[in-house]
Design a protein around this ligand. Structure first.
Ligand code: NAP
Ligand code: MG
Length: 517
């Protein structure tokens, strides 16, 4: 979601459009899609799963299978890790001339651009995100990330350190080895790129396990890598469940690093499991990010930011601005504005042109989000927009459609203000003083992102300094750039994806003492 893309991101939310989707439109976009085969991608080849079993990939807009993926097990993981370890040891990749290695990453970016339309439809069908969001924002950003890290291959230098006597000190940056990667279902290809591109740039070998619900674009990414010139075994994808594939990957003796994006709960388990083999671990976990609007803000811009902060990708965003903290002087005006945007945000079939918000990703999400909405009402928060299933209205009785929902007068310590809902549900909380805003902002166990809307530069910067969050946006929300590191404070995890920081996550420092006598 780079600068241009994010400008469009604001447009995607809150445009008035019809809800109904003609059947012709539903079918045409999906008809020409090409799916990967229901196999793993290991050692440069489509590989049958050991068990022969497959799992359905479910389209959340009609609850039917659009294709199948391989259901992996421990044996598949072992074969993939052995392939990765052999590729790493063979030097085919890590000792490839840096300029050539950079070219392979650049070529991957080009092939991602060339295949954008197909990748976007795969992503939409798997996740329920709109074709616009996938095709115009996220897949182009995937390509940008590969270009960004292609640039680093030839620039990731070590150092020279002054030593006593007739000696020379060198620090070298070496790849970690076999990196296991586990990704969630909300931004399947984008979050895979956050890990795969820097790991490849540093010369590592990879075994990626995408969420079993959204594996298609990760499989395509590996195939694209092979076409771009990655040697066999450098980038492997094993599909399947968290317990069937994720756990054996985390436990495997020959995996040196685990990079995980997902829930705080699973992150904790991964940290525990990784301790046994002392793996390096990066964890990008959940959030309950505060989006803070001061009385002097540009209110229309803040409203657009508030809406995209919680309704982009149906609120299934780790950094979603799920708590809107509003200075009391403008509280009623903001409530009115956000209600109006929620009311005209078109929920519909993801591949239809007019749709601004698709269905949430899966049945558990659908039931969970509706349960949170019930809970909010029970807790005494005031429901001012949405709050219901649109399964009948939009999907003719099928599909995980939920209306954009806003609760006002939410108590900062109530459950809907504390727990990650991971859906299109906003909790609006009034405040009086900047210190109160900070106190409320810091009242959860998370610290992934935050935003401040004000025209007062001193206030903006002092809030940015004081907020305990890995990312702080000023007069903006949900903007991402490959160069800006992303990650959490507190129980939102540790380590950073993106930017130069990610190079540190995929390298070990080696010190060399040279005696010149
Ligand atoms: P999740 O349930 O934690 O799953 C994430 C990944 O872990 C999936 O691939 C999952 O596999 C796998 N997994 C599940 N149990 C496992 C286990 N015991 N061992 C190893 N792997 C296991 O999270 P999710 O429901 O997919 O995603 C939503 C969460 O991700 C939210 O909490 C959100 O905040 C967080 N998130 C964080 C960021 C960030 O950058 N901080 C970004 C996006 C999302 P299966 O799905 O195949 O079972
Ligand atoms: Mg899950």
């Amino acid at each position: 979601m780079g600068r241009e893309a994010s400008a469009s991101l604001f447009i995607t939310i809150g445009s008035e459009m019809p809800v109904q989707t003609p059947d012709s439109e539903k079918n045409s976009a999906a008809q020409n899609v090409e799916f990967p085969p229901p196999k793993h991608f290991i050692n440069g080849e489509w590989t049958n799963p050991d068990s022969g079993a497959v799992t359905d990939s479910i389209d959340p807009s009609n609850e039917t299978a659009h294709t199948q993926i391989a259901a992996g097990n421990e044996k598949d993981v072992d074969i993939a890790v052995q392939a990765a370890a052999a590729a790493f040891q063979s030097d085919s990749w890590r000792r490839m001339a840096p300029a050539k290695r950079a070219q392979v990453l650049w070529k991957m970016a080009e092939l991602i651009d060339t295949n954008r339309a197909n990748l976007a439809v795969c992503e939409s069908l798997d996740t329920g995100k709109t074709a616009f969001d996938a095709g115009k924002i996220e897949i182009p950003l995937v390509a940008e990330i590969f270009r960004y890290y292609a640039g680093w291959v030839t620039k990731a230098e070590g150092g020279v350190v002054p030593l006593p006597g007739n000696s020379l000190g060198l620090t070298l940056r070496e790849p970690v080895g076999v990196c296991g990667m586990i990704t969630p279902w909300n931004f399947p290809m984008l979050l895979a790129a956050w890990k795969v591109a820097p790991a490849l740039a540093c010369g590592n070998a990879i075994v990626l396990k995408p969420s079993e619900q959204t594996s298609l674009t990760s499989l395509w990414m590996a195939k694209i890598g092979q076409e771009a010139g990655l040697p066999p075994g450098v980038f492997n994808v094993v599909t399947g469940s968290g317990s069937g594939v994720g756990t054996p990957l985390v436990r495997h003796q020959e995996v040196q690093k685990i990079s995980f994006t997902g829930s705080t709960e699973v992150g904790r388990m991964i940290q525990r499991e990784s301790a046994e083999t002392l793996k390096r671990v990066t964890l990008e976990l959940g959030g309950k990010s505060p989006n803070i609007i001061f009385g002097d803000a540009d209110i229309p811009a803040a409203l657009r930011g508030a809406a995209s902060g919680i309704f982009y990708n149906k609120g299934e965003v780790c950094a979603a601005g799920s708590r809107l903290l509003v200075e009391r002087s403008i509280y009623e005006e903001v409530l009115e504005g956000i209600t109006a945007i929620a009311a005209k945000t078109t929920v519909g079939y993801p591949l239809a042109e007019g749709t601004r918000m698709g269905p949430v990703c899966n049945q558990d999400q659908y039931e969970g989000v509706l349960e949170w909405i019930r809970k909010g009402t029970e807790e005494g928060a005031r429901l001012i927009a949405g709050g219901q299933s649109l399964r009948n209205e939009v999907g003719g009785g099928k599909g995980f459609f939920i209306s954009p929902t806003v609760f006002a007068d939410v108590s900062p310590d109530s459950a809907i203000a504390q727990e990650e809902i991971f859906g299109p549900v906003l909790a609006v909380i009034p405040f009086d003083e900047p210190e109160d805003a900070l106190k409320i902002a810091h009242s959860t166990r998370y610290g992934l992102a935050a935003a401040v809307w004000t025209r007062d530069v001193g206030r903006a910067l002092s809030m940015a300094r004081d907020l305990r969050a890995g990312t702080v946006w000023i007069n903006a929300y949900n903007l991402y750039d490959p160069g800006l590191p992303f990650g959490g404070f507190g129980e939102s995890g540790f380590g950073r994806d993106l930017g130069k920081d990610a190079l540190a996550a995929y390298t070990e420092t080696k010190s060399v003492w040279v005696n010149l006598d």
